[in-house]
Each structure stands twice: as C-alpha cells, then as structure tokens.
Write a protein that binds this ligand. Structure first.
Ligand SMILES: *[C@@H]1O[C@H](CO)[C@@H](O)[C@H](O)[C@H]1NC(C)=O
Ligand SMILES: *[C@@H]1O[C@H](CO)[C@@H](O)[C@H](O)[C@H]1NC(C)=O
Ligand SMILES: *[C@@H]1O[C@H](CO)[C@@H](O)[C@H](O)[C@H]1NC(C)=O
Ligand SMILES: *[C@@H]1O[C@H](CO)[C@@H](O)[C@H](O)[C@H]1NC(C)=O
Length: 256
C-alpha cells in the first residue's frame, strides 16, 4: 500500500513538473535582464586571422585596402555588412590562375564582390532568393544571386556556384560566412563561361543539385519531408506527459 502511494505521488510530481516546465518556461524568460548590447566594434582583421584559415583572403583585403571599407561599414553604419570568405584552399584550386591575370583594380573589384552592404542572418537569405540579383560592394553589374535549398544558402555569380558552409560570425551588424569557392563576377569574366574543370575531384555538391532542370528543384522544395523539427520534439513532450498520466492512473487502480 505504501509503495503504491509513493508510486502515485512520484508520478503526480513528475506530471506536474513536466507540465510546469512546459508552461512556466516562457514567462521565466521575461524577468532575466535583457542581454547587454553587443560591443559596437568588431575587429574584422582579428576575426579573420583567427578563424578559417582565411589568410589568402585577408591578404587580399589588406593589399587592396578593402579592409578599411569593410571595417568602416561595420563600425559606422546601421546597415551593417555581410562578408563571404573563401578558405585558403579555395584560392589554390584551378580558379587561382583566373585571378593572377587580373589588374589590381580588377582584384579589388573581386574582393569587394565578396560583401553585401547590409547585415543578413542566414534565414534572411530566403527573402533574398525571391528578389534575385543582390548588389554587392563592387556596385553596378556586380551582383550575386542567392537561393535557399533545404536550408543551405547557395550563391551564384554566374561563374561560381558555391554555398555557405559555415557561419564564422553572425551578430548584427557583422555577418561573416565561409564559402567553398572564390566568387568570380560575370562583370569581369563575362558570360562566356569556360569549359569548367569538369572532372572536379571534390564532390562537394550532391548529384541532384547538379541537375539543371527547374523541375527537380521544385519537387525538392515541395517535398513533405522538410517538416520542421519543432513539431516532432513537441510531440515527444506531449508523449511524456501522456505516459505519466497513464502511469498515474495505473497507480490509482493498484491502490483501490
Ligand atoms: C584589430 O586586430 C588586429 C589583429 O589582431 C590588430 O593588429 C589591430 O590593431 C586591431 N585593430 C584595432 C583598431 O583594434
Ligand atoms: C573602427 O572602430 C575602431 C574602434 O573604435 C577604431 O579603432 C578603428 O579605427 C575604426 N576603423 C574604421 C575603419 O572606422
Ligand atoms: C522575410 O520575409 C518574412 C515573411 O515574408 C518577413 O516577415 C521578414 O521580415 C522578412 N525579412 C527580411 C529581412 O526582409
Ligand atoms: C540572377 O537572377 C536573375 C533574375 O532571375 C537572372 O537574370 C540572372 O541571370 C541570374 N544571375 C546569375 C549569376 O545566376
């Protein structure tokens, strides 16, 4: 008898605690003090020299003085900045020869092409994909197209198609995202895209994504498998409560 009482009491406690954990957590957020405003100054040089390795890109930023343009945007504007940073090994790929033939003005344009004069969080790119061509710091025809494929941000410059592979920093006003390739602007290299170094040894893109048909992209986007994770975890919580209810009821039955 005593054992059943303990069983019931403990089950009711469990039930109450899981129910209160669920209902009490949102209000408990409000009394906590608002997070202190993020420090205004983000040292881009410092960030890029410790993350990465991004030494090649940082070297170009410094030799072209574009670092000052970007740092000024980060320091002094409400708009903020979004920078796409290729890793060092992106520069050692076949495309590097493309850069070596450029004038210093063109190199500067290529580096400016790697940033947008606005802070974008990763989820903001869903909106951009609808508006297509997005202006970069290089201005004019130097635009990038974004699309969001199953939560991965894809970037197209005409010459380069790549994706955001990680977020280095993403706190307003400064976003820095690592990309797999150097972004080569159509405005410099033209629309006459050369025979790609086709037997690319790194299969960094899933075969399905290579398919040029819009049809496959559509079917992918409308696939029901892309349901948000939130609903399943909610179901788990509900299941836990139900399990406790069943156990408690069982305890009551044993008691009588
Ligand atoms: C930014 O960081 C770099 C590298 O750590 C350092 O040399 C430079 O002095 C810093 N700039 C400012 C303004 O703090
Ligand atoms: C950015 O702000 C830092 C700290 O206030 C300052 O040292 C640096 O010179 C500024 N850089 C630019 C380009 O405005
Ligand atoms: C993106 O679109 C959503 C819904 O259309 C909107 O609520 C949100 O404010 C937009 N974000 C930006 C950065 O424009
Ligand atoms: C970007 O999108 C625009 C409008 O859909 C299109 O005309 C242009 O060719 C695209 N550019 C690239 C580089 O994909």
């Amino acid at each position: 008898m005593e054992f059943s009482m303990i069983f019931i009491v403990s089950n009711i406690m469990l039930l109450l605690s899981s129910a209160s954990a669920k209902t009490a957590s949102p209000p408990s957020l409000s009394p906590t003090p608002a997070p202190a405003p993020a420090p205004d100054f983000v040292n881009l040089t410092d960030l890029l020299s410790v993350a990465g390795p991004f030494h090649t890109f940082l070297g170009y930023l410094e030799s072209t003085k574009v670092i000052d343009t970007f740092q000024n945007q980060a320091n002094n504007t409400e708009e903020g900045i979004t920078i796409f940073v290729p890793k060092d090994n992106a520069f050692t790929s076949a495309k590097k020869s493309a850069l070596s033939k450029l004038t210093s003005d063109q190199i500067k344009q290529v580096i400016l092409f790697h940033a947008l004069p606005h802070f974008y969080s990763l989820s903001d790119f869903k909106n951009l994909s609808e508006t297509s061509s997005t202006p970069t710091f290089a201005g004019g025809d130097y635009t990038l197209n974004f699309s969001d494929i199953s939560g991965t941000v894809q970037i197209s410059s005409g010459w380069s198609k790549t994706k955001v592979s990680s977020a280095v920093h993403a706190t307003d006003p400064v976003a820095i995202y690592q990309v797999d390739k150097v972004l080569l602007p159509e405005a410099i290299f033209g629309t006459n895209i050369p025979p790609a170094p086709a037997p690319a040894p790194t299969p960094d893109v899933a075969p399905a994504a290579d398919s040029p048909t819009e049809h496959s992209a559509d079917s992918k986007a409308s696939s029901p498998s892309s349901t948000p994770d939130g609903s399943s975890s909610y179901k788990l919580i509900s299941y836990g409560i139900w399990a406790n209810l069943v156990l408690a009821t069982f305890g009551v039955l044993v008691l009588f």
